[in-house]
Design a protein around this ligand. Structure first.
Ligand SMILES: [Zn+2]
Length: 118
């Protein structure tokens, strides 16, 4: 899907220039442009193993993926017991990511313990 490298708006196939800023659209943003991309969390799970599995799954589809671990206590009593892994992807890839996670759950690749966000 064509995307504006400047404002990251997505357009229908066939559109060549951004209607907002006139920038020429590209098919994919270069990987080194990730710092300027807005991340959104798509999935939360208490299983770090599952988080890593989903990360692998998304990265295999060229979706840049970030896992953030949140701890509900400052000093967890057991490793992993009090933490939640949250998976974030660039906003413009969120629909694809959700689709992949849903598919993985339907296929039993990941458990249904986690929560799709948003
Ligand atoms: Zn634009």
């Amino acid at each position: 899907m064509p995307i504006c490298p400047k404002c990251h708006s997505e357009y229908r196939p066939g559109v060549t220039h951004c209607t907002d800023d006139g920038t020429e659209l590209v098919d994919n943003l270069p990987a080194d442009d990730m710092t300027s991309v807005t991340l959104e969390e798509v999935y939360a799970t208490v299983s770090s193993v599952e988080a890593e599995r989903i990360r692998g799954l998304l990265e295999a589809e060229s979706i840049a993926c970030y896992v953030r671990v949140l701890r509900s206590r400052a000093f967890p009593t057991a490793i992993g017991a009090d933490s939640t892994s949250r998976i974030a992807v660039p906003r413009y890839q969120i629909e694809r990511a959700v689709e992949l996670i849903k598919q993985a759950r339907a296929d039993g690749v990941v458990s249904s313990d986690g929560n799709l966000l948003g």
